[in-house]
Design a protein around this ligand. Structure first.
Ligand code: GUN
Ligand code: ZN
Length: 448
């Protein structure tokens, strides 16, 4: 099965903030052709070159997206599918919000039928927003993970998920035990990890809801199955951090709690990481662990302002992805998440003499290839390049009158194609949302 797409095509080859000339890190084909075969990218390039190389006739081009942009699907590196129903619950900070809205919502996922219904809704919502891979927390119930993986598997989606491990400081119906959480997680690893495109994440919710014994067993699981992920929360809220200090007085800092149990490694993803100490930044870097930056959630819960420029320092470039963190996050849209990231980064640097704003190339890189790198999946997803898995989206820059007006203004200017693209992407990230996503393709197939 071969499909040939004609569109504008954009892909990143590395972090555009790390090269002097942005053109070195960006592959942009204003008149592009993309060939997809059996779920993989067979080739991509300029219309003329690809046409000649494969002796393609115009009549062979079966997917024409005139004036539309094809790019890699978005990768959401932190989201709770069981919180879909409680998105936008009124005004609390982290700990009371968990008690009041989150834990009651998660109780319902013991029921497999309910979990399957929400899984269907959730996956559709991701695809509608152009997200083709996500790192997902389920609930403490193994049924929740069967449900979400079944739906993802039915469309060959690359999804990472895990059962929450939680043995204290939550309602007792939501608690497991160290032994039970180890065994259930292991069963799920054997059933789902590397099953087609699915991957498993060992998921202690956060330090306060796990005993030492549970974290120790989680670390043993990671050691036994090193290609699995570790997915949890870190330093989101100041009261949470004080609580962690009181629960784990022997630890040097919050990250050290996880580190002392072998949970900080490649493929460990920590959500938030807003209030870190210097030593924690260094450990994250040295261990090759990653952070998920969740701006809509951090603003919604008043948690604080993420310090991306501290993370991306020359000598300690920490792996970063963006996360929506639904349901503390307020949108499934990675486009809207980028807009909030831009504002958080601007605010956070208010007192710096040399501000480095979050440009659109950096933003879309972080939402695609940057996230793939943070998950150690950048040899498979995150690029529109020969040999990569065919997960991509088609973007319309002009879904409404205002965006149309704005984009036309950019297109009329005398700037270079790359400069115009940068401005169009910026307008997209500030004003756009799911209306800009006209189609989503997973494994080479149209799924939205
Ligand atoms: N920390 C522990 N659990 C959660 C959660 O469900 N959401 C957020 N934002 N932070 C957490
Ligand atoms: Zn979260």
């Amino acid at each position: 099965m071969i499909d040939i797409y004609m569109a504008e095509i954009l892909s990143f080859s590395k972090d555009p903030t790390k090269s002097k000339l942005s053109s070195n890190s960006i592959n942009y084909y204003k008149n592009g052709l993309l060939i997809i075969e059996n779920g993989f990218i067979k080739d991509v390039g300029n219309y003329e070159n690809i046409k000649k190389k494969y002796m393609i006739n115009d009549s062979d081009i079966n997917k024409i997206y005139k004036d539309k942009l094809i790019m890699s699907g978005f990768i959401d590196t932190h989201i709770h599918y069981a919180q879909t129903e409680i998105i936008g619950s009124f005004g609390e900070e982290l700990l009371p919000w968990l008690e009041k809205y989150t834990f009651p919502a998660e109780l319902k996922f013991k029921d497999k039928e309910y979990a399957s219904k929400i899984s269907d809704f959730f996956i559709h919502e991701l695809l509608k927003n152009g997200t083709t891979t996500a790192l997902v927390l389920g609930t403490v119930h193994e049924e929740s993970i069967d449900a979400i993986f079944e739906v993802a598997n039915s469309i060959d989606m690359r999804l990472i998920a895990g059962k929450v491990m939680m043995d204290r400081n939550a309602p007792k119906e939501l608690l497991d035990t160290p032994k039970d959480s180890y065994e259930k997680s292991e069963e799920l690893i054997k059933k789902w990890h590397e099953n087609n495109r699915l991957l498993y994440a060992i998921t202690p919710r956060f330090a306060p809801t796990s005993s030492n014994e549970q974290l120790k067993l989680a670390g043993e699981l990671k050691k036994k199955y090193p290609t699995t992920y570790v997915h949890t929360h870190l330093s989101e809220n100041k009261k949470e951090i004080a609580w962690v200090k009181s629960l784990f007085p022997q630890s040097k800092n919050y990250l050290d709690v996880y580190d002392s149990f072998g949970l900080v490694d490649k493929r460990s993803i920590f959500a938030h990481a807003i209030h870190l100490e210097d030593e924690e930044y260094q450990t994250l870097h040295d261990k090759g662990a990653a952070i998920s930056f969740c701006p809509t959630s951090n603003l919604f819960l008043g948690s604080g302002l993420f310090k991306i420029r501290e993370m991306k320092k020359e000598n300690r470039d920490i792996k970063i992805g963006l996360g929506t963190d639904v349901g503390a996050g307020t949108s499934f849209s990675m486009i809207k998440t980028l807009a909030e990231a831009y504002k958080v980064i601007s605010l956070e640097q208010n007192n710096n003499t040399k501000r480095e704003a979050f440009g659109s190339f950096e933003a879309f890189y972080q939402a695609t290839l940057g996230a793939a790198q943070s998950l150690y999946l950048d040899d498979k997803i995150g690029k529109i390049e020969k040999g990569y898995e065919a997960d991509f989206i088609v973007i319309d820059f002009k879904p409404d009158a205002l965006q149309n007006l704005r984009i036309n203004k950019i297109e009329e200017s005398k700037k270079s194609d790359l400069e115009k693209l940068e401005e169009k992407l910026f307008a997209l990230m500030i004003m756009g949302d799911d209306r800009n996503i006209i189609s989503t393709f997973v494994n080479g197939k149209k799924v939205y």
